[in-house]
Design a protein around this ligand. Structure first.
Ligand code: FE
Length: 214
């Protein structure tokens, strides 16, 4: 099987969220999509170990937001690589709540859908969650973020827990190329030598000792 074939699939980037027991949960996914029109339904694949997945199943609702190209690593980093039970990922951004109490971004977002969970499919490492859309609204007309744009322009990484994890990029050995350091957590690449001892990964916020020279 040619794994390169999977790179031809295109995706967007989204934040799904839920509220459970007075706490806001949310994470970045690339797997939100519409599956039926009448009634309007969305599906999303979420890692089983995600606390956001547990909050969605416990509350019976989730909210999905389409990110725009204005979503930078300062936004995607916390939502993609930190834990909702450890940090308030929404704290630095403009937000609102839907009718179910789920918090969502109102900036750097193109659209919002609030859904009631109608079913799940166990996919071993992930859960495919299906929901009926109860509310939908456009938040801006800015261009939406594609997964390709995220990798090419934002230069973001993909966590190993994602359903479409692309693995570790192979470094090309060029004699005059700057030294490169890779974050072992999220895959972010730092170019330069030495890696500053107080460097903090801009994506996952892990310290310099989590980087390896490649
Ligand atoms: Fe990182």
């Amino acid at each position: 099987m040619d794994m390169q074939a999977f790179f031809k699939l295109s995706y967007g980037l989204y934040i799904i969220s839920a509220r459970w027991e007075e706490r806001d949960y949310g994470c970045v996914v690339n797997t939100l999509q519409q599956v039926t029109a009448e009634p309007p339904m969305l599906s999303v694949a979420v890692n089983k170990n995600s606390v956001t997945a547990k909050a969605i199943l416990s509350s019976g609702h989730f909210c999905g937001v389409v990110l725009t190209e204005k979503a930078d690593l300062a936004l995607i980093g916390p939502f993609g690589f930190q834990n909702s039970e450890a940090v308030d990922k929404f704290a630095s951004f403009s937000t609102a709540r839907d009718q179910n109490g789920a918090r969502y971004l109102t900036e750097r977002a193109a659209a919002r859908y609030s859904c009631a969970v109608t079913g799940t499919l166990d996919l071993d490492t992930h859960l495919l969650i299906v929901g009926r859309v109860e509310e939908a609204e456009i938040l801006s007309d800015d261009p939406v973020m594609t997964y390709d744009y995220y990798h090419r322009v934002v230069k973001g990484g993909t966590p190993p827990t994602a359903p479409s994890y692309k693995g570790e990029a192979k470094a090309e050995a060029k004699p005059d190329a700057p030294a490169r350091w890779r974050c072992k957590i999220c895959g972010y690449i730092y170019e330069g030598d030495p890696l500053p001892a107080d460097f903090i990964c801009p994506i996952c916020k892990k310290p310099a000792d989590q980087f390896e020279k490649i």
